[in-house]
Ligand binder design. Structure first.
Ligand code: GLN
Length: 547
């Protein structure tokens, strides 16, 4: 039976609960335990797949095709444990499952209520895989006191009550605001938020207190006394220059020890932190710097491309350089010259995206990279843009475009070099889609295998000819243009195993120009940088020596 750590937040949102959970997961692993991390989100969407990145940041995709919260990305990056469908749930999914059961008649005529039906559904979810790991870390999204969160808080209270004593603990993150006028850190909001938790029957075992200023000993004592938490379990959490310092910083403040103490695990196995020391060293002692432009649409909100930014950092760590990311809004040069906006970067990355806005600018970015020999990494939409650019400007298909944009405009303006994919093979069964399908959960999602051409750049980068990567797309480069494009020098160097779906393209006579239909950024880790990002940053370093 797993031990459970429930992680909640109070006072304000965006305190870094996801990161704290991920760092704690990494620390428990460093002590030899197996872990799994889960996110329970109170919002009513069934999953974040249909939400705009402006609403909710990036959508993280798991191997088994779930569209989840970006916190699952942090969990994977810190622990290396690949998340599954069953590691992410929202109120929307819980309610739809309860309502499905009601329609089926599973509740035998009973009145359906939040307690026990909704809370039971949540508890069943939390309990999945109970016998698989030593520790299950469950983060509750939002802040204590939110209306939507109540069924989740009630469910975790009951869950801990149902399990044997000592099997579950509660860790609560709060903020100590600093009043510069009086030069004081205030503990009152923390006291209130703990009171709020206590009023729903949850007594936190560990308090993690975010603060911009050092927390004096007497304030820690005060929090311990007023919040009824052991002093050693009040853990300060200060701002960090890099998120990858978090495991060492939390360890330094005694978080993992506090958690093990709360479970009465004694003596606790000593932690092995060499990996995190190495990560720290690579982050803090770079031997150079490269400047990379991310040419996208959601550039005001960095969370929209969270995993890409992290993967670039990992690529930098592998090459012992700092990667300075600059966000370039593609729409600015939809019309007009892209060059003034793109000169001076050592490499250009065009990320995934949806909809037509900004795509002409992205196509120009691909052209600029091709013509000027600047390293280019096109991800998903970024690959499609590179193919359209090649078709228009090299292969002479002047009207080349994507069906995605014609679909929006309701007219046929483009020759669909990129078309709406409606059938493909998953494992050994066929998947089909219709033009008017629901939007939610109907893309080509999750891990698929690709076969790489021997001797290609991408095979060299991976050091392999069979790879498995995560996908999230509805449109696809049309194989029927392969011959024409390859004759111009754009090689289709990675294909689905049945040879029907182009997965990777690369320019033969370019130092480093690769477009991939999948999302390599989702599998990169600080301690295991993704080969494409390692190779891309290496190419940027080489390019920086030329400029
Ligand atoms: N909009 C494109 C598609 O659906 C690209 C998706 C993406 O970049 N994730 O195929």
């Amino acid at each position: 039976m797993a031990r459970y750590i429930f992680i909640t937040g109070g006072v304000v949102s965006s305190l870094g609960k996801g990161l704290a959970s991920a760092a704690l997961g990494a620390l428990l692993q460093a002590r030899g335990y197996s872990v799994r991390l889960r996110k329970l989100d109170p919002y009513l969407n069934v999953d974040p797949g249909t939400m705009s990145p402006f609403e909710h940041g990036e959508v993280f995709v798991t191997d088994d095709g779930a569209e989840t919260d970006l916190d699952l990305g942090h969990y994977e990056r810190f622990t290396g444990v690949h998340a599954r469908k069953t590691d992410s749930v929202s109120s929307g999914r819980i309610y739809s499952s309860v309502l499905e059961k009601e329609r089926r008649g599973d509740y035998l005529g009973k009145t359906i209520q939040v307690v026990p039906h909704v809370t039971n559904e949540i508890k069943d979810f939390i309990n999945i895989g109970d016998d698989e790991v030593d520790f299950m870390l469950c983060e509750i999204g939002g802040t204590v006191g939110d209306i939507e969160g109540l069924p989740f808080f009630e469910a975790i209270r009951q869950f801990a009550h149902d399990k044997p004593r000592g099997q579950c603990i509660f860790m609560h993150l709060t903020l100590l605001p600093y009043l510069s006028a009086s030069g004081e850190l205030k503990t009152k909001p923390t006291q209130h938020s703990v009171k709020e938790l206590q009023s729903i029957g949850i007594a936190p075992d560990v308090l993690v207190c975010r603060s911009e200023q050092p927390i004096p000993e007497r304030e820690l004592e005060k929090i311990a006394l007023f919040c009824n938490v052991r002093k050693s379990c009040v853990v300060p959490a200060y701002d960090l220059t890099s998120i990858y310092e978090a495991p060492l910083a939390y360890h330094g403040q005694g978080l993992d020890q506090a958690v093990l103490d709360a479970f009465d695990i004694s003596p606790a196995p000593a932690p092995k932190l060499a990996t995190w020391h190495d990560v720290y060293d690579r982050i803090h002692n770079p031997e150079g710097q490269v400047k990379v432009a991310i040419v996208g649409k959601y550039t005001q909100l960095e969370d929209a491309y969270k995993s890409i930014a992290e993967a670039l950092t990992h690529g930098g760590m592998a090459n012992r350089v700092k990667v300075k990311i600059e966000w370039v809004d593609a729409e600015v040069f939809d019309q007009g010259d892209a060059a003034p906006h793109l000169e001076g970067y050592h490499a250009i990355l065009v990320p995934g995206g949806f909809g037509e806005r900004g795509t002409e600018g992205k196509i120009k970015a691909a052209q600029f990279a091709r013509e000027r020999n600047v390293p280019y990494l096109g991800i998903c939409l970024g690959m499609q843009m590179a193919v359209i650019e090649a078709a228009r400007n090299v292969a002479g298909i002047t009207k080349a475009g994507s069906e995605e944009f014609d679909h929006e405009a309701g007219q046929k303006r483009f020759e669909p070099v990129v078309y709406h994919l409606k059938e493909w093979v998953q494992g050994n069964h066929a998947v089909t889609r219709k033009a008017d399908d629901d939007k939610g959960g109907t893309m080509r999602l999750g891990a698929y295998t690709a076969a790489l051409t021997e001797g290609s750049k991408v095979a060299e980068v991976y050091g392999a000819t069979t790879i498995e990567e995560r996908h999230r797309h509805r449109y696809e480069v049309d194989i029927k243009y392969r011959e024409k494009l390859e004759a111009c020098g754009l090689t289709f160097s990675g294909m689905s195993p049945d040879g029907k779906l182009p997965e990777i393209v690369e320019w033969k006579d370019h130092p480093w120009f690769i477009g991939v239909q999948y999302h390599p950024e989702l599998k990169s880790k600080p301690f295991a940088p993704h080969p494409l990002f390692e190779g891309f940053v290496k190419a940027a370093v080489e390019n920086s020596r030329l400029v």
